[in-house]
Structure formats: structure tokens, C-alpha cells
Design a protein around this ligand. Structure first.
Ligand code: NOJ
Length: 543
């Protein structure tokens, strides 16, 4: 098989609102991104994936799109996007954009027209409008819960001024789900795909890729609250058997109907010259369901969420790696490795925070970047940032509001990037930032870390440089496990590469004739073929 760039790429995720602000309104924009894009090429990434920057009332961080073929004014305009693209071309970075097909914003012209139209109309058939249950339709059509909390149904006022039908929204009530049984929906999305391809983009990340086809609507779920809880990453005291049972059968996720859509999109993409790709955001369960999305006539990559949640523990890591390589290998799709994104806690935070969390995150980064396939880096991961504390009055995530503050939501991972200087907002903007940057991020800025050879940033730069140049790294060829003490991950990759990771909280000593290529901690030594590996550290070795 001929190797294509998206078989082993490093993709850097930019959350546009939080990257760099050029006009000092406190929110990131394309001019800001263009001015700071060199950071990404200097890091050594191959591509940049942009979370949505389309016209949007921004009720869910831009994932509530009111026009998918227009740039939202908060980020500039289409010409600013084109300037950014030009800069990306100069820097040798490919551009990947988000596609949000599960829902539109309630401000999209289609939904506004649906509200004005009558039940049963063509306008309503683009969404999931249903009559309610109960004597006067006062009860929602089913008991499904929104992933953001509360009911997944909202009742509308009909044009005659009376309460009437209900519409489905798996997320916020401002995000009505589209009805993919209506061919008009696909026609519109194909138009959007062509629009961005014609502007020269190299790939699409598909939001909620497992959600477009829904089961029988008039059927209640036996435990809707349990299902919502089972889907949360922050609830760990859930009975594993029950969780498994719930996640294996979700009426609105991972239904067969989604695959037909992706086969059509694949044909469309293949009709374009070049080697563009699709990556699916699909939380599917059990993990072997993922391979179905990347069969040879469907999408190209699927985010590896199994790995994103893996414990810092050698056995769990080995199982997750083997499972990924086996399952995706069976359909010849390249793996992806993701440690964090704009929806999850930052990796340092997930691994316990503070200096221990940071040591583990550095070690996990080195382990991840030695694996075959594609790696995704979420902005700020290369700085070792933690989730920032966000005061109640600054919170914006609909999850926070829909759960009455019982779930804090995702604002902490979306706090802007510290670039330089001694005071917040550290060069993100001149004086404003939509979420405040913590004052103690002073030493974490890009400028500060660039001057410190022991910083996370310098480690990432070195790691990506070696990943690109070492013949044993990158690519899609397998890893070869080597026997190792309890708590230690050890593998080789041909030619001439070896990795050893110590996931325990004690120093370990390992025999090796190789020499050090890179380590996640400074205090690693090899004396007389004895490698001393501190707690929570990883090394790359070569002959
Ligand atoms: C997944 C996106 O990553 C997330 O940010 C968003 O809230 C939901 N999908 C709904 O679009």
C-alpha cells in the first residue's frame, strides 16, 4: 500500500476562539491565528485541524452552526480564512476543518423556516419534529435525555400561537438534530464538503459521526438517566457490567444507517484530485465497532477514544495499543492516538495534576508519539497546560447551565494559550480574554518555554523532529513487545528504535546495550548497560 500523508501525520488542533486574538475583543480570530501559525510548524506538525469557525450564535462553542459555508464575524471573514490558508501553505501545513452534520443551530434558516411551517411540512421534515404523547401532546415523544443534561426534546409554539410539536436535540435545545432520512440534508452537506474542498482544504473531522441515524423514536429507553451517566468520562464508580450493557445499545448512536452516508461522502472525496481524508469523532462501544467506520469505502480515520481514557498503567496501555492495532489492522486503516481535545480534561489534569501529573503526561507523550499511525495534539498540550480554574460568572459551556452547575463542563480546557509576557492574558490578546488566563501561567508561555531546554515545549519539538527523521518511527508498521518488569512498557520498532516506559512510582533498572535518543525526564542514566529509569518516565533508545 502506498503511504499517504494521513497514514502517520501529526495533526495539531486549534480551538479558534482561544488561540490568538488580533483585534483585542478577547476572542481568537483568523488574523491572530495567521500571525501565530509558525508556532505549529516549528513544533513539527503536518496539519492543523480547526474546531468550527462557521457562522454560529455560539451557544455550544461554535458546534451550533447557522451557516456552514460562512465564516463567523468573530473570527473575521472568508478572506481572512484564505489568508490563513496561504500562510499554512507557506509553512507546509495542511488544513483540516470540522463538519457538524448531526445538528444545525436553531438560527439556521432551515430551522427558522420549520418553526414558521406546519406539522408535516417539507420544512419540518429536515429535522425530527414529532407530536407529543399524552392527552394533549404535552409529553415528549420519548424519554431520551440530552447529552448535555435535561430532556432531548423541546416543544415549539405553532404558527397559530398554540403549543404544538416537539423537536429532538441530542445536545443543547439550540442544536436541533437533522433528519438524515431526508435526502435534502445530504445534498446540503455535500455542497458544504465541496465548498471547503474547493478552497483547498485537506480533510474533515466529522462531529458526532456515530449519531446521524436514529432508531425508532416512539420507544422509551429503560434507563435514560443511567445512560447519560454511563456516557460521562468523569463518573468512575459505575458498575462496569451495567455500563457496558448501557453503552452497547444506545438508540441514537452507532446505528447502521450512518455507514451509507459515509460511503457516499467517500465517493465524493475520491472524485477530487489529491489525498484528502475524513476523521470520525465517534464514541462507539465496544471499541471494535470503530473499525466499521474506516472500512475501505468509508472514512479514513477514527479518533481513538479508548486510548484517550486509558489509565497510566503498563498493562492497560499495552492492551489498548494491541486492541487498536488489531482492530484497525483488520480493515487496513491507520490508527490515531489522541490524548486530549476541547471536550476532555487536559492530559496533565487527567493524570492527577501538579508535578506528578506533568511527569506522567510527558512520559505518556513520548510513548504515544512512538506508535505507528497518526497523532493528534490539542493546543496547549505541548505546553503541559492543566485545566484552568474558571469562576462561575465566566462559565459558558451549556453543560454547566443545563445541569444547574452540577457538572462544570469544558471551559477549563478551553482557556486561551499563553504566548508571552508576565501578566494575563500573556499575549493572547492585548488586554482581554473571554476566559481569564491564570496569573500563575507566567512560566508556561510559549516564549518562556522556548528559552528553557527542559520545558515541555522543547521536549515536544525534539520529539516530533526525531519522529520525522528516525526510520523506525512514524509509518504504520507494528510494534514488537519486549518482556519487561511489572509496570514497564517496552517495545521495539524496526529499524533500530526502542521505547521503555516506567509507569510505576518507583525507579526501575533495565538492562540495555542501546543509547539514549530522548527522555521525558532529565535524570535518566545509562551506565555499564544499566538504564536507570525514574518513576513515571519514558525513554527512546537507539543503537
Ligand atoms: C462534539 C464536539 O466536539 C463538542 O464540542 C460538541 O459540544 C458536540 N460534539 C456537539 O456538537
Amino acid at each position: 500500500m502506498k503511504k499517504l500523508w494521513w497514514h502517520d501525520a501529526v495533526v495539531y488542533q486549534i480551538y479558534p476562539r482561544s488561540f490568538a486574538d488580533s483585534n483585542n475583543d478577547g476572542e481568537g480570530d483568523f488574523a491572530g491565528i495567521t500571525s501565530r501559525l509558525e508556532h505549529v510548524s516549528k513544533l513539527g506538525a503536518d496539519a492543523v485541524w480547526f474546531s468550527p469557525f462557521y457562522k454560529s450564535p455560539n451557544q455550544d462553542g461554535g458546534y451550533d452552526v447557522s451557516d456552514p459555508r460562512e465564516v463567523d464575524a468573530r473570527f473575521g471573514n472568508l478572506s481572512d480564512f484564505k489568508k490563513m490558508k496561504l500562510r499554512a501553505d507557506q509553512l507546509g501545513l495542511k488544513v483540516v476543518v470540522d463538519l457538524v452534520p448531526n445538528h444545525f443551530s436553531d438560527q439556521h434558516v432551515w430551522f427558522q423556516a420549520a418553526l414558521q411551517a406546519n406539522p408535516g411540512s417539507k420544512q419540518r421534515s429536515r429535522f425530527h419534529f414529532y407530536d407529543g404523547r399524552g392527552e394533549n401532546g404535552e409529553l415528549p415523544p420519548n424519554n431520551w435525555q440530552s447529552i448535555f443534561g435535561g430532556s432531548s426534546w423541546t416543544r415549539v409554539m405553532e404558527p397559530d400561537g398554540k403549543l404544538g410539536q416537539w423537536y429532538l436535540h441530542l445536545f443543547d435545545s439550540t442544536q436541533p438534530d437533522l433528519n438524515w432520512n431526508n435526502p435534502e440534508v445530504n445534498e446540503d452537506f455535500e455542497k458544504t464538503i465541496k465548498f471547503w474542498l474547493d478552497l483547498g482544504i485537506s480533510g474533515f473531522r466529522i462531529d458526532v459521526a456515530h449519531g446521524l441515524a436514529k432508531d425508532e423514536i416512539y420507544q422509551d429507553h429503560p434507563d435514560p438517566a443511567g445512560l447519560t451517566a454511563a456516557m460521562r468520562l468523569d463518573i468512575t464508580d459505575f458498575d462496569p457490567q451495567y455500563r457496558k450493557a448501557l453503552l452497547t445499545n444506545i438508540p441514537f448512536f452507532d446505528n447502521e444507517g450512518v455507514h451509507q452516508i459515509y460511503r457516499g461522502w467517500r465517493k465524493l472525496l475520491d472524485s477530487y484530485p489529491g489525498d484528502q481524508f475524513f476523521v470520525a469523532e465517534a464514541w462507539v462501544y465496544p471499541s471494535n465497532r470503530a473499525a466499521r467506520y474506516v472500512r475501505s469505502d468509508e472514512l479514513h480515520q477514527i479518533f481513538n477514544f479508548d486510548f484517550l481514557t486509558v489509565a497510566w498503567d503498563a498493562d492497560s496501555i499495552k492492551v489498548a495499543i494491541d486492541r487498536t492495532l488489531d482492530e484497525l489492522g483488520a480493515v487496513q486503516a491507520p490508527p490515531t492516538w489522541v490524548l486530549c481535545n476541547h471536550d476532555c480534561p487536559r492530559v496533565v489534569t487527567r493524570l492527577g495534576g501538579g508535578s506528578y501529573g506533568l511527569a506522567k503526561a510527558r512520559a505518556l507523550a513520548l510513548l504515544t508519539h512512538a506508535l505507528p499511525g497518526n497523532v493528534y495534539i490539542y493546543q496547549g498540550e505541548e505546553l503541559g497546560l492543566e485545566d484552568a480554574p474558571v469562576a462561575a460568572e465566566h462559565r459558558q459551556d451549556p453543560i454547566y447551565y443545563r445541569t444547574n452547575g452540577t457538572q462544570l463542563g469544558r471551559d477549563g480546557v478551553r482557556v486561551p494559550i499563553p504566548w508571552e509576557g508576565d501578566e494575563p492574558p500573556f499575549g493572547f490578546s492585548e488586554q482581554n480574554s473571554w476566559l481569564p488566563l491564570p496569573a500563575n501561567w507566567q512560566d508556561l508561555s510559549v516564549a518562556k518555554q522556548q528559552t528553557d531546554p527542559s520545558s515541555v515545549l522543547r521536549m515536544y519539538q525534539e520529539m516530533l523532529k526525531i519522529r520525522k527523521s528516525h526510520p523506525g518511527l512514524g509509518g504504520t508498521h507494528q510494534v514488537n513487545w519486549v518482556a519487561a518488569p511489572q509496570g514497564v512498557v517496552r517495545f521495539t520498532r524496526e529499524p533500530d528504535f526502542e521505547l521503555i516506559a516506567n509507569t510505576t512510582s518507583a525507579e526501575v533498572v533495565v538492562q540495555t546495550a542501546k543509547s539514549l535518543l530522548l527522555s521525558s525526564q532529565p535524570d535518566v542514566t545509562i551506565v555499564a548497560e544499566k538504564l536507570v529509569l525514574p518513576a513515571n518516565s519514558t525513554v527512546w533508545l537507539t543503537n
